[in-house]
Structure formats: C-alpha cells, structure tokens
Design a protein around this ligand. Sequence first.
Ligand code: AGP
Length: 609
Amino acid sequence: MCGIVGAVALRNVTPILLEGLHRLEYRGYDSAGLALLNRQGGLQRVRAMGKVAELEKALATSPAKGHLGIAHTRWATHGKPAEHNAHPHLSERLAVVHNGIIENHASLRRKLTELGYSFNSDTDTEVIAHLLAHHYQHKQDLLSAFRATLNELHGAYALGVIHQDEPDNLYCARMGSPLVIGVGSEEQFIASDPLALLQVTDQFIYLEEGDHARLTLAGHEVWSSNNQVLSYPVKRYEHAAHSLDKGEYRHFMLKEIFEQPKAIADTLEGKLADNQVLTAILGPEAENRLADIQNIHIVACGTSYHAGLVARYWIEEQAGIACQVEVASEYRYRTVSVPANTLLVTISQSGETADTLAALRYAKKQNYLGTLAICNVAGSSLVREAGWRLLTQAGPEIGVASTKAFTTQLVALLWLTTALAQAKQRAPEIINANVRALRNLPGLVEQVLQLEPGIEQLAQSFAGKHHALFLGRGPHYPVAMEGALKLKEISYIHAEAYAAGELKHGPLALVDEDMPVVSVAPSDSLLEKLKSNLEEVRARGGQLINFACERAGLETSEGVTHIELPWVYDSVSPIVYTLPLQLLSYHVALVKGTDVDKPRNLAKSVTVE
Ligand code: AGP
C-alpha cells in the first residue's frame, strides 16, 4: 500500500525519488518523506504530512541533495497519519523505509527499549531501524547486521536501507510486499512498483519472497533468505509504452474509463479466431487440462471479486461447470473442501493484493487441478506464483477506483468461459455468439461512453443524498454491487446493492424520496421480474434511475429517470452496463467535490492484510 523508491547514482537522486513518489502516490498518500546521503557524508531527512506536493514544498525550504537515497509515501497502518510517523525512520546513522506490517513489532519494541533505544514514532517500522542499528553495533558489518535483522522480523515487508558508513550501498529486502530492482547504466534503483521508475529505466529484476540485495553504481548482488547468491534475469517492463499522465482528462479515473475500448481490444488480441477462441495463450499444460475441469473456485477481493461473481453465471450456464466465488480474506482462513478436478482462479488487477496472494499460496497446498491467475501486471507476484496465467491488457491503472481493470477482467473471464465451453464441446452456437460479441465489444463500449453528458446531468440529483440503493438480477446483480462500490468509494455516499428480488425481504423499508434507487435493466429473461421490483420501489415514493435497454419498454413517470443503452447480446451485457455506473460515480464525485483519483483512507494496491 505504501510506496517505496530508492536510488544510487552519480547524479543527485532527489528528482528521481520525487518523480517516483508522484508515480506511487496512488498507493498511499497520508504522508511522504525521503532520506539522502551525499558525498560529504551527511544524512538528510525531509518529511511532510499529506501528499508528495507537500514534501516538495518542504524541500523548497530545506533543500536536500544526494547520490544515494530512499523515499516513501505512506498509507497508515500503525500510528496515525502524522509527520513523526512518516518514513524514513532513523536510528543512529541509518535510515529505513518500509512497506508492510511487522507483526512482532510490540515485542521487538519492548526489547529495544530495554536496550536503551528511544522511539520517536508510533510505527512498527521504527523497530526495524533500531534493530538494525543494534545488530550493526555488534557485528560492525552492515550486510550481516541486515541479515540478522531480517531473521527477527515476522510479518510482511519491503525494505530500503541506507547507512552513512556505506555511502555507496543501497540495501533492500522483500517478504510479503512487492519490491523490484531497476537496472540503469551506472545507476541502480528500487521501487515497490516498476511504474515508479519508468522515467529512468524499463529494465527490472523481480525479487522473490525472502530475497535481500545490495545495490551499488556498478550493479547488484541478490541473495535468498538462506544467503545463497541468486542470479535473476533482467526483464523489460511490458507496459512501458503506456502513457502515465492524465493527458487531456481531468482525472485518471475518467481517462481510464475512456481507455476501455482499447483496453478490451488489447486484452482480446490474439485470442479470437473466426468461430472459436484460441487457447494456446494459456500454455500447453493448461490447454490440455481444460476439458478435465469439473469445478471452479474463484478467489479475489473488491472489484476483482465482483468480476468473479459475474463469471459464475457465465461458467455455470455456458460451460456447465460448477463454480463458487469467495473473497480472499475469508477463503484463506477456512478449511476448503476441494472436489476432484477443481481449478482455482485468482483475479487481481495488481497481482500484489496480500489476501489474494495468500489465498493462492494456501490453494497451492490443496488438491487443485491447477491454479490460474487473471491479472493485469505481468511481473506481479500473483502471476509469477500461479501455475497458469491469463493476462489482461488494461495498461497501468492509476485511479484508486478500478474501472478498465474490471471490464478487462470480465472480458478475460468471458473468454475463459468460452474456452471451457469449447473444450467441453458445448453447443457451438454459444461459442460463435460469444466470439462475435467479444469482437464487437470495443465498438459497443465506445458507443455507450457517448452517454456521458446525460449521466453528468443526472449526477446532480445526488447532490444532497447520503444513501443509494443499486438493484440488478442475474449477472447484473454483481454489476449493481460494483456500481455501489464505485459510488461509495469515490463520492463517500453510502451505497448498497441488492438482488432486486431481495428488496421486499428488508431493504424496501429504507426506500423513500431521499433514497435514489439505481437499477440495471437490460432486456434479458429476468426483465419482467425486475420491472415488478421497480414498481415496488415506485409505490413507496423511491426515486428511480434506470440504466435500461432501449427495448426494455420501461414506462416514464414522475420520479423515474431512464438512461437508455443499445440492445446487446446477453453475455457481454454485464460488461456494457458497468460503463454508465462508472460514469455515474465519477460525476457524482465531481458534484460532491471529493478527491476522485485518491479517495480518502484508500490505497490502490492493498499489500497488507
Ligand atoms: C476497486 O475500485 C478497489 N479499489 C478495490 O476493491 C480493488 O479492486 C481490490 O483492492 C482488489 O485489488 P486487486 O484487483 O489489485 O487485487
């Protein structure tokens, strides 16, 4: 969740660190800081509450330069957002930045206090700084002291360390939190996400769990947790071509919403033939086992979980395979019963979500036929650890609210459903229709995004509202869930989604003129049932906003607003109906004046439990 960036170079690294922090800010933005070492041997630290811009202001009054440095943008876990809790944390002549949670921080703090160390923050990270200083005092060798420190830490960490006594060395380690080494020419970098370093390199080494490393101008040395020397290939970052600025758009979220036609087309590239899907992309092992799959367990978090919920409808209906979907934070801690020939599918934009990753690791110890990661980041931990992988090609998603990642996950899942139906020799009409619908999808998405002006107008009616209900049926129920999540996430309006048939079992009691009720009403087999549910709302004075198919035949009356969508083939309908809900939440957030791309209390990549 927090962001780490570090550099050792011949030049002053302050601008590199600041640019890196800006690029990582979407991961956490409570406070930011950096520590620098310069040739004169001075260790300088500057920290500020709030966003990276505040750190820049602080640097304008206390300039800091150095050829070696570490920097951090924080999402508070232990200790409230405050300057004294901002990283880097210091101990004697060293500085540490940390991403993750040290679970045994309380006992380590007690031990270090007894040893005479005094604490200046409420964080778990400061124990690492003092523990390292303590070991260094005894060993007089920083690498051995670093190793001794790592051995005492329980929990999750990505670490960057610099020490005045070794002004040419940048140390780092990872366990449970992502960290990459960026390889430059006579300069080396670290970051919690390659995106942070794309201005200086597109060459990366992906550290594995338990690894630690030492970087110098000349290169890097990497060791495993048992101190074996490791030699990893340097890989080119695949999204390097994508633009990382907002361009003509006011927010990343809006830019990412409008990137969906391209993101979907890119995700489908090389995967569709005339009347079938091309499964070679899964690799020979996965391709050969598709026909054997009898059950599917899908595990994910947040928006990615909603993608899984939509897919369950497709997989059971079209491929005839039993499918269950669960949030990773629950799945990882329960005893799971795994029937024979079950495929585990994890879904994640980042591929670094702690619960999803832990769920995958747990699943790998169970009796699954295979583990598949559907993910947007090729070099992520999830992709590297899963047996099989299916990459979405959404490009970097910066807005905390997931948009193009969700629709491309749905595209990948519909493609997977079709691949399974094909392998199981299900009715060819299903396969043909899905292939056609997927091929036409980018154009359709383009068309639906043109509804924006009407949705922008509609958003005004949410100005004084504090609650909203979202309704859908069938695969559009999880679409309604996703709509509600988007609205609460960026506009702070309390929103809940219900399967429309559930309304009269309780939530109808909430409906009055202050409760906007948003319905997702495609022209499918459940439309008539949904219409009755909408009547129940109208009869109680509820304000209805229907995102409805132009063929749905919904009646207009006072208190009812329709936004009409073109008729679409059933399978792709959940993807298409997601778009107006994204636009609605975006425009309501504008009306509310919230920070659209960086909503309060949240972070893009949830790398702690
Ligand atoms: C979506 O808008 C959220 N920000 C969040 O629910 C997100 O989808 C969730 O944290 C999972 O992230 P992942 O896809 O990167 O694993």
